[in-house]
Design a protein around this ligand. Sequence first.
Ligand code: NAD
Length: 525
Amino acid sequence: MQNFYNEPIRDFSKEENRKWIFPTIQKIRGSFPIVVPAIVGGEEIKNLPKEKHRNPAKIEEITTEYSLSDRNVLENSILISKKYFSNWSGLDPKNRISILWNVGDLILENRNELSALILLETGKTIPEAEADVVEAIDFCRYYAKEYERIFQGQRIDLPGEENFYSYKPKGIVGVISPWNFPAAILTGMCAGPLVCGNVVLLKPAEQSSAIGLYIYRLFLKAGVPKEVFHFLPGNGEDIGAEIVKNTDVSVINFTGSREVGISILKECGTFRPDSRRIKRALCEMGGKNPIIVDGDADLDLAVEGALQSAFGFQGQKCSALSKLIVLDSCYETFKTRFLEAVASLKIGSPEILSSKIGPVITEESKQRLEKIVADHKSKILFQAVLSEESKTEGHYFAPVVFEEQDWNSELATKEFFGPIVALFRVKNFSEAIDKANDSDYALTAGLYSRNPEHIEEAKRKIEAGNFYINRAITGAIVERQPFGGFKLSGVGAKAGGPDYLKSFLEPITITENTMRRGFTADLIQ
Ligand code: NAD
């Protein structure tokens, strides 16, 4: 077996790493609209009703027409899944591990096309899209390596007694993925359960169905049998909810909003007359992520890290910074420098490599963000200005910085999921920690400080699944920084970490008394 390694991101300041971008974007554009069928047992179901998705940066361009899978599609996929589950789960684990390595290799081979598609369907810049693709590759390699470790199990043999502790796949896993990491999160959420021997029903997000289809096809090309991986595009509240309710599904693997995640947890806890198992729900949800800037922090580093954390992919990352807590002693200096930095961000089409801020995903998202701004107008410290062209061309929303003192305000409590950040002033470090923790969420958090005592105190006290010191709080790397939160941010599954795969497995103990009294007649013959 191969050794795990993280795939590096290319350096786009080098001409040779950039020259593919324009022609590849044009090639992908030439295939629009991409018609996304439901695919069950390898068969494309084409006659379903469809909905359209548009390029967020160029709204006249329809990128995708995704099918609306219905209950019939789901029932067929369940029938096939039940029939073929034992073939897949009974395969020598080495075969599934090797297939997963193939998936990673194929994603790497196709990374230019995939990045261009991500840019056009979701509005990510090329460096952000490449980071998404590279993380997808890392998930494949990492879960392949992890499963190799797990399937060995544990043997404890005594004279006369053999004990083997090992794992069996749980069965059918419904994967319900978000649009904001359309390659990485979707790939990881499918790769984990598949390598363990489960069957997967994939419901990609409406806004990134073509990316979902592209990756799904790479899994099949890599060797995943068509009978154990089905593709069910459609609307969350329809086909998503059907998958959640289905009593043949053993695990719901969900990443998305808190509202939907909590409703899934509730539904999975509901026992139905035909329930034959306790359904597990892995729900990874949002965050209200703070960064503390200590009085003695390196402000160059803090400004750069806060900027990247708040505005990368327009703040549409669950790990994005939205609560910037600054110590009184450096507040004014930090504020001036941070606002200058925000003002320098170039807003424009993600097709232009120098653009730092592209569009938000949909008109609905833009209107939601505009409402936050309208509701808190008096608290605006800075709002960037959009060009006339951007206003009409796509779902552009200019970055906003608020200044707030009320810790109960929605600026201090609600996930923004857009290029908005609020600055808060605190008197001392212990107030900073208290306020950072004063949240329903516990996903990511950051600290900029040069004070060793404060750093140690924060390590002990900060409530976050991923805590970063003197660096940005986005961009977790598979294996090095297993990702996910607790409190209302998630169930602690930690994608890209050593505990993840066990969520898709049943632990089993087999004990054999080997002090046999004689042999069976068959053996004697
Ligand atoms: P969303 O909850 O709207 O959608 C996520 C998925 O759930 C989509 O596939 C959607 O179709 C489906 N869905 C919607 N309603 C459903 C229902 N009633 N039943 C079943 N499925 C349903 O979230 P989104 O807008 O795609 O993603 C943004 C959210 O995801 C943010 O809150 C962000 O913080 C969170 N997120 C969390 C993580 C993490 O690892 N913790 C990672 C990425 C995104």
